[in-house]
Design a binder for this molecule. Structure first.
Ligand SMILES: Cc1ncc(COP(=O)(O)O)c(C=O)c1O
Length: 358
């Protein structure tokens, strides 16, 4: 089975398991786990922030960050398909008491003008005050798309001007950094809080980080405990994360190259893939254009030994490349997927190979 449902499907490598097995550990709640302490130091430096806090999941990292940045009754602005809005079961409302304001976009990116038009001050007492803007880089629902650095810088500037905090959901920040050839700190340093996730492209079994100023991270540590996320000998996990920072960041370029190869191969075989959209490790396939429903298409692919997953879009599937996927898996997928989906086997100039993003 070639499992392309998500980059969360990775298994720890033998070398990562060795790092886990030999980790030095202590009681994390007492700040006595040397491996967690090392990871938090490393991650803060990598992201250009004063401090960072280790948590089990990126969902918890996002939720704690929002709790740190706003008070109940405040408003959060995010892209309409952002993970914080569609993938965390209403967490911003449940954990931080936030109103949420979705902004539409084609690419997962919205503009300073959209923020300017949406942001409001609750001066009269019955309107919520917009307090936080959250951006997601790479943006999952739009197909792993990257925010160009200049657009992030413009967003930071607008947030400062409007006195809004900026949270960066960088669950796949390293994919963005590798794809755009900039250092993670260049992307992350100007956000007020940043989430990174180790259980996606970095290939760890679990683990995430929230980074920010020392003062904010002090509060994040308290919320982490309150949310039930303070752990004990968590160095067992942090060791995998330290290993991944050393060994699994640069190799993300291989995932991106394989995603592009898959996209081009499918496109040539008449499968409707938007090549423009392939910026990192995601490939989106519009099965609606082949007259298929998503569940039917998933079933047909399963029958050929390839697993994809659905997306926020009603007719698009996604294939996500990760460290468990080799060149031969990509070639096999290119061979069997067009057949499974009944693609017309036409070249890239055919009408059926039109892009999905109108
Ligand atoms: C952009 C983004 N943020 C946060 C998360 C949450 O990660 P987890 O499910 O590991 O908590 C995900 C998971 O897919 C994601 O894609």
């Amino acid at each position: 089975m070639i499992d392309l449902r998500s980059d969360t499907m990775t298994q720890p490598t033998p070398a990562m398991r060795e790092a886990i097995a030999s980790a030095e550990v202590g009681d994390e709640q007492w700040r006595e786990d040397p491996t967690v302490n090392e990871l938090e130091r490393r991650a803060a430096g990598t992201l250009g922030h004063e401090d960072s806090v280790f948590v089990p999941t990126a969902t918890m990292a996002n939720e704690i960050a929002l709790r740190v940045l706003a008070e109940p009754g405040d408003e959060l602005i995010a892209e309409e398909n952002a993970h914080v809005l569609i993938g965390e079961l209403g967490g911003p409302a449940v954990h931080a008491g936030l109103m949420t304001r979705p902004l539409p976009s084609q690419t997962g990116r919205f503009t300073p003008e959209q923020v300017r038009a949406a942001a409001r001050r609750g001066d009269l007492g019955h309107v919520p005050t917009t307090r936080v803007v959250a951006i997601e880089n790479t943006h999952n629902a739009s197909g792993g798309r990257v925010w160009p650095l200049a657009e992030i810088e413009a967003m930071v500037e607008t947030c400062r001007e409007l006195e809004l905090s900026l949270h960066l959901d960088g669950a796949r920040l390293f994919n963005a950094a590798v794809a755009s050839g900039v250092k993670p700190a260049a992307i992350a340093a100007h956000a007020d809080t940043v989430t990174i996730c180790f259980s996606k492209g970095l290939g760890c079994p679990l683990g995430a980080i929230i980074a920010g100023s020392s003062e904010r991270m002090l509060r994040a540590r308290r919320y982490k405990h309150q949310f039930g996320g303070a752990m004990r000998q968590a160095g067992i996990i942090a060791a995998a994360c330290v290993y991944a920072l050393d060994h699994h960041v640069d190799r993300l370029a291989e995932d991106h190259a394989r995603a592009l190869r898959l996209a081009e191969g499918l496109h040539e075989a008449g499968v409707p893939v938007d090549l423009e959209q392939v910026e990192t490790n995601f490939v989106q396939v519009d099965v609606g254009a082949l007259g298929l429903e998503v569940p039917q298409a998933l079933q047909r692919l399963l029958g050929e030994g390839v697993r994809l997953s659905g997306t926020a879009h009603p007719t698009r599937l996604r294939a996500v490349i990760h460290l468990g996927i080799k060149d031969e898996d990509i070639e096999r997928a290119i061979e069997v997927m067009p057949r499974a989906l009944g693609a017309p086997a036409q070249g890239p100039k055919s009408a059926n190979a039109a892009t999905t993003s109108a």
